[in-house]
Write a protein of this length. Structure first.
Length: 519
């Protein structure tokens, strides 16, 4: 369908275009009007409105990111970005440059480093942060499942004992070298990092909202702590344009459902579920695998974390279901994924269809068929990031089952795509490219037998991602929510082997324009 123009009430403020009324479509050469007045698509538009020329652009259902971290993403936009550093020298130079610009007394926070880009230099440790002197520094790996801290932070931690489900990496002298993995990062380092001021945190949310809208996202499934939702998001909810479907990250056992049950949910901001972490990541060699990592004897077969490590996963999923929420489980390794499937099978049969299996990066062939009718909430852009290191982590046999998009789809799984932003960018076109081509960050092709077609990928970013978050819509059918994007090209006809994405010209949520390309 081709976009011909937006009809709007002249009396409205065109800087935001809250008066968006109608979009005129052309199908088979015949004009077709779609009335957006009430936030849903209706056929047959009123007369007497002004038409703004759209130049034959494409009208498409708005994109949905089924899994990201809204607050963390906005925060990461303010941090030192290490995602492009490809050597120890560049890493140290970036730390030195940011240190020189920061006021005294502030921590230096950084994120995004990926050891796959500087493998020859090894894993970073406290020495890589020496340029910051006595300023505390924390730099998170791209997956946020590991971080490196400098000597001042190690001194604050003193002789802290590593919690279960984590690892404090030591140097040749047997002392902590600054690298913290899983619960060592989450439960030792994170609590001592100063929290940004409340107004800063709210600005991070505004920044995240604008960024997601610019990517054509009309709805996001965001993983948030109750504290962040209550303090930073809810008070400014009326300022936000993107729909937020919240999954709570609070995981202290037993769970307290009071906040979730009492939250004032509406069509734009809703609490839908709770999340449990079962394992870590491939990049940190902490994903729980059925067989050991071939490239690191110390990593063994990865690790279970939190409630899974405590043997409480079944109790957790029963409690989440009993309170009417969707269980969401982080499971990257094939052992973790099997545990997640086993836990879901303890629920009544009619309750298993809204369990969300997050990531599902490796699946044992015996478990693929178990996904029939279930949501595989996956992040294709992760594949392009992890592929360069995946075979060394998994070995050739397990590599055959790396990001099994096609296999899961053939088994009847409902593929719902997202990004896990800020772990990777939340541009849906980056994910589409990874899913349909198998191309990694180095330009090489990886496990192309698991590629899917463009129609399946687009559906995973619209209809299925919405369904995964408990929503209808994602089409241009009459009665569907008016959550739309305007594109300069039809994504179904793009050559995805080329680097050029369609342009997002406008993003519309509930009939309101929330983003417009400046030109």
């Amino acid at each position: 369908m081709f976009y011909d123009g937006i009809q709007m009430n002249d009396a409205r403020n065109t800087s935001r275009l809250d008066g968006l009324r109608n979009v005129r479509l052309h199908e088979g050469g015949e004009p077709l009007d779609v009335d957006l007045r009430n936030g849903i698509i209706r056929y047959g538009a009123p007369s007497g409105t002004r038409i703004l020329d759209g130049g034959g652009s494409i009208l498409h259902p708005g994109f949905v990111d089924a899994h990201l971290h809204f607050g963390l993403g906005g925060d990461a936009m303010s941090q030192l970005d290490l995602s492009t550093v490809s050597s120890r020298e560049a890493f140290e130079a970036a730390i030195a440059e940011r240190h020189a610009r920061l006021p005294a007394g502030r921590w230096l926070r950084a994120s995004g480093w990926n050891d796959a880009l500087f493998e020859a230099d090894g894993m970073p440790d406290a020495r890589w942060l020496a340029a910051a002197g006595d300023r505390p520094v924390v730099a998170y790996r791209v997956d946020h499942h590991a971080c490196v801290v400098n000597t001042p932070v190690l001194e604050l931690l003193k002789d802290a004992t590593c919690p279960p489900g984590g690892r404090i990496v030591t140097g040749d002298d047997g002392r902590p070298n600054g690298l913290m993995v899983e619960s060592a990062a989450w439960h030792l380092v994170n609590p001592i990092v100063p929290e940004p001021a409340l107004e800063e945190r709210r600005q991070f949310i505004r920044d995240a909202d604008a960024h997601c809208a610019s990517m054509g996202l009309v709805t996001v499934g965001s993983m948030e702590y109750a504290k962040e939702l209550a303090e930073a998001i809810e008070p400014i909810r009326d300022e936000l344009g993107v729909r937020l479907r919240i999954t709570l990250l609070d995981r202290d056992w037993p769970l307290d459902f009071t906040f979730a049950c009492d939250f004032d949910s509406d069509d734009m901001l809703t609490v839908i579920g709770c999340k449990a972490f079962i394992d870590g990541t491939l990049g940190s060699r902490s994903a729980a695998m059925l067989a050991p990592y071939p490239d690191d004897a110390e990593a063994g077969d990865g690790m279970l974390v939190e409630l899974a490590e405590q043997g409480l996963l079944n109790e957790w999923i029963q409690a989440v279901h009993a309170h009417g929420f969707s269980p969401s489980m982080h499971a990257i390794g094939d052992r973790a994924l099997r545990l997640a499937l086993d836990a879901a099978d303890t629920l009544p049969a009619d309750a298993r269809s809204w369990v969300r299996f997050e990531h599902a990066q490796t699946a044992h062939p015996d478990d693929v068929a178990r996904f029939s009718g279930r949501f595989a909430s996956m992040q294709p852009r992760h594949k392009s990031m992890d592929a360069p290191i995946a075979e060394s982590r998994l070995g050739p046999d397990r590599m055959k089952h790396f990001y099994p998009f096609a296999s899961l789809g053939k088994a009847g799984a409902r593929l719902a795509f997202g990004s896990d932003w800020p772990i990777v960018d939340c541009n849906p076109f980056s994910g589409i490219r990874a899913a349909v081509t198998g191309r990694d960050l180095d330009g090489n092709l990886s496990t192309t037998h698991e590629n899917i077609d463009i129609e399946t990928a687009l559906r995973a970013y619209t209809v299925e991602a919405r369904a995964c978050l408990g929503m209808d819509g994602g089409t241009l059918d009459e009665g569907a929510p008016a959550d739309l994007v305007l594109l300069d090209r039809d994504p179904g006809t793009v050559d995805w082997m080329q680097p050029h994405d369609p342009e997002i010209l406008a993003t519309i949520v509930d009939g309101t324009l929330i983003h417009e390309q400046p030109s």
